[in-house]
Design a protein around this ligand. Structure first.
Ligand code: ADP
Ligand code: MG
Length: 468
């Protein structure tokens, strides 16, 4: 049994929990939020900083623990300013009594309570940065762009599936998100499901380990309930045979009922290490590729990107980046982020070529040195801050561990081609929203704290100059 501290005007469990849910809603949205969090009850806060919540079944317990606990820890810290950690209770007397007393909740034995129907889903929120309007079209991506727009305008009726492939940082996720946003806005009654393959693999394999048939059934019902299914980074399905089977059953079912499927991959279907029996299914729709942007397209993207910033960029400065970049747009954005941070730290209101030269001196990698791996970044960050790898990827919330962890996550996001879920996985199985939070935090800190900026620059130089 816990001994909880009394609520007061500063620390009130319900108010804190409402704020946590508000923040989570923005990030997760969708059915996962509705079905998992609508029945979580804050029970109290212990003397040693545990924020205890009660849930009504083991599956919700596992979902929260596995996918959301780290993010919630960060949110609790942000909201209260205290070092607070989440603890999830199932079936304890306490949880039971609170849960049974709080009508209209009903306690069920296991599994999700009822199949989720589109009508009761909260809408999945797509990243508003990634729209068709903000996508710069050029010779290297116009085919993919037009196909994406056609599918967004007439889901299920044009190309099905639409398969978009191309190298890292070329705009695949951007287009998928743009399709998702567009359909959500134009067809509010359609259920749009967006998932990265890493998340799908995680969900499916953890449903197998719970050995609860209800959970696997739930996943099946959930994905088959989609009107539009968007799957990012399908290359991560390679060698995951049980998830491959699960996905292609879903695929066949959806396609058979005229539901739209959109897939992104870093390789063409033929290059995926998957049975041809599966990959040939993609040929029934449209396969389009995105090529690295030419100099002109790079320049146009940089112009559009910097026009949204508070700081002005000289034309020379932008063309300097366009010239040196290998074409990975994520890398160009990283150069802009660092230049903006440097300008803000030195109170400049415009970025000129001199500033860019200083900031990006060791930034652009020549192609022979690629790629930097998550493991290399973790190793260097551990060495630099003098902490162990276990602590870096663990979940201890001491500031002298949390900060290096966030720095490492930021660098992985900027310098490797890994998606947020992949990075989360490599940091002890953390949720992708935790990585997003961490990266955003460091990005902001870089503009306000010289020390952070210098450390990021230093670590990048070390990483870029490492022989591989
Ligand atoms: P991928 O999924 O192919 O690895 P992303 O879609 O994540 O790449 O793109 C990386 C970054 O580059 C994103 O911030 C995205 O908005 C930006 N980007 C890519 N292509 C374009 C484009 N044609 N116009 C504007 N921004 C782009
Ligand atoms: Mg992507």
């Amino acid at each position: 049994m816990y001994s909880f501290i009394e609520d007061d005007e500063y620390i009130n469990k319900q108010t804190i929990w409402d704020q946590v849910c508000g923040a989570l809603e923005k990030e997760i949205g969708g059915p996962r939020m509705t079905s998992v969090f609508s029945r979580v009850v804050p029970l109290g806060i212990t003397q040693d900083g545990e924020f205890v919540v009660g849930v009504h079944n083991k599956f919700n317990h596992d979902v929260i623990q596995r996918f959301h606990a780290d993010t919630i820890d960060v949110l609790l810290h942000d909201i209260t300013g205290l070092d607070m950690r989440l603890r999830v209770e199932t079936d304890s007397d306490l949880a039971e009594s609170v849960l049974t007393n709080s009508a209209p909740l009903e306690i069920e034995q296991h599994g999700y309570d009822e199949p989720i129907t589109p009508a009761e889903d909260a809408k999945i929120s797509f990243d508003q940065k990634y729209t068709f309007e903000s996508f710069v079209v050029g010779d290297t991506n116009n085919f993919a762009y037009s196909a994406a727009l056609a599918v967004a305008e007439q889901p299920g009726l044009k190309y099905n599936p639409l398969f978009i492939w191309g190298g890292p940082g070329l705009g695949k996720t951007h287009l998928l998100q743009a399709i998702g946003s567009y359909i959500t806005n134009s067809f509010p009654y359609k259920k749009v499901t967006y998932i990265t393959t890493e998340e799908l693999v995680n969900q499916f394999t953890s449903s197998l380990t719970t050995k609860d048939k209800n959970v696997t059934d739930y996943l099946r019902t959930y994905y088959r309930g989609a009107d539009v299914l968007i799957l990012d980074d399908i290359q991560f399905l390679e060698n995951k045979q049980s998830t491959i089977d699960f996905f292609f059953h879903t695929f066949n079912d959806l396609k058979g009922r005229g539901k739209q499927i959109i897939i992104a991959s870093d390789r063409s279907p033929g290059e995926l290490k998957m049975n041809e029996r599966y990959t040939s299914r993609f040929k029934s729709g449209l396969i389009v590729d995105i090529q690295p942007p030419t100099y002109e397209v790079r320049l146009a993207i940089l112009k559009k990107y910097t026009s949204r910033l508070k700081i002005e960029f000289d034309y020379d400065a932008i063309s300097y980046i366009a010239e040196r970049s290998s074409g990975n747009i994520r890398e160009m954005e990283g150069a802009i982020t660092r230049s903006t941070a440097f300008a803000e730290l030195s109170n400049k209101d415009r970025v000129d070529i001199k500033l860019i030269e200083i900031v990006t001196a060791d930034y652009f990698l020549d192609q022979t040195k690629r790629p930097i791996s998550i493991a290399t970044i973790q190793k260097e960050v551990c060495r630099y801050y003098g902490i162990s790898h276990t602590d870096l990827i663990g979940s201890k919330r001491k500031q002298d561990l949390v900060y290096p962890r966030h720095i490492a996550m930021y660098l992985c996001q900027e310098l490797t081609d890994s998606s947020f879920p992949k990075i989360g996985d490599e940091f002890g199985g953390k949720d992708h929203t935790t990585v997003m939070h961490a990266a955003a935090k460091i990005k902001k800190k870089m503009s306000s704290e010289n020390e952070t900026y210098k450390q990021i620059q230093h670590l990048t130089n070390v990483l870029h100059n490492k022989p591989i």
